[in-house]
Design a protein around this ligand. Structure first.
Ligand code: CP
Ligand code: NVA
Length: 310
């Protein structure tokens, strides 16, 4: 068994990697994607185990991490709150101690970011954020890789967010600062960004719009997400009413750049945050975006466990 010797690093927020490290990971994602498409065997994580802990539902995150670990020569174990002692009140610190003694890398999808932080503080191995209430860094990494593939560097471009000030929106804001692009945000006044979570450096990349159509004007990428994220289901009815004007439709896409792309992390609700015409239309890249979760997370796991290859 090869002993992997790299300093312990976690990926809990988008800001946990530098601009230079993102350049490496984006390049590496393309190399790993090409290997996958060519059916080339690449097993740098032979004999390694990924623990995947889910406290919320998932299709894409589970599948992309599990398939990705297998493709890198390792093994993935699926754990959820219902079937483990986590659901019966075992402290997250104790779970981290135990799980990180038996595995080499851990991905967690949970509620508060502080749960993830406490887990990571007690883990001997890298911990990856597979979505929290606050952030979803693996998704934004996939989205940026998708943009790079289709349109080139995102630096200097404009990304428009129409909708809820949720985990995806705050992650995009972190990315705007690190990768140097502009972020237009528009949501109902009753659901604003919490500016205490937006650093002065991030504010330089942020422009707020009352009118979602104006936010889309000139954008290179328009993106949105569900109006009610997991964990906020009780607010669904009032959110449905409040967000009605914040649908990404053909009228809003018409004022973006003519070659603008539309992204959505999925799952989507057609007729709510996005019209069928947009998500199923020619500017939508949502299936590429979903597939790219696989490739970027392989690059991320390889980087956290092996360091750089080129
Ligand atoms: N986009 C995303 O994270 O999808 P899942 O909830 O299906 O994992
Ligand atoms: N903002 C959504 C993303 C789902 C992938 C949620 O947290 O439910």
């Amino acid at each position: 068994m090869t002993q992997l010797k790299v300093p312990l690093r976690h990926y809990l927020q988008f800001s946990d990697l530098s601009t230079e490290e993102y350049a490496y990971i984006l390049n590496r994602s393309k190399i790993l994607k090409d290997k996958f498409k060519a059916y080339e065997t690449w097993h740098p994580l032979h004999d390694r185990t990924l623990a995947m802990i889910f406290e919320k539902h998932s299709t894409r995150t589970r599948l992309s991490f599990e398939a990705g670990m297998f493709q890198l020569g390792g093994h993935a174990v699926y754990l959820n709150t219902r079937d483990t002692q986590l659901g019966r009140g075992e402290p997250v610190e104790d779970a981290a101690q135990v799980i990180s003694r038996m595995t080499d890398i851990i991905m967690i999808r949970t509620f508060g970011q502080e749960i993830l932080d406490r887990f990571a503080a007690n883990s001997r191995v890298p911990v990856i954020n597979g979505l929290t209430n606050e952030f979803h860094p693996c998704q934004v990494l996939a989205d940026i890789f998708t943009f790079h593939e289709l349109r080139g560097s995102i630096t200097g471009k404009t990304v428009t967010w129409v909708g809820d000030a949720n985990n995806m929106a705050y992650t995009w804001l972190q990315a705007a600062h690190i990768l140097n692009f502009q972020f237009h945000f528009s949501g109902p006044v009753a659901y604003p960004l919490d500016m205490s979570r937006v650093s002065p450096d991030q504010q330089k990349h942020l422009q707020l719009f009352l009118d979602p159509r104006e936010a889309c004007r000139g954008a290179h990428l328009v993106t949105t997400d569900v109006w009610t994220s997991m964990g906020y289901e009780k607010e669904n009815q009032e959110r449905l009413a409040a967000f009605k004007e914040w649908i990404v439709d053909e009228d809003k896409m018409a004022v973006a750049q003519s070659d603008a792309v539309f992204m959505h992390c999925l799952p989507a609700h057609r007729g709510e945050e996005v019209s069928s015409g947009v998500i199923d239309g020619p500017q939508s890249v949502v299936w590429e975006e979903a597939e790219n979760r696989l490739h970027v997370q392989k690059a991320l796991m390889e980087f956290l466990l092996c360091g750089k290859f080129n």
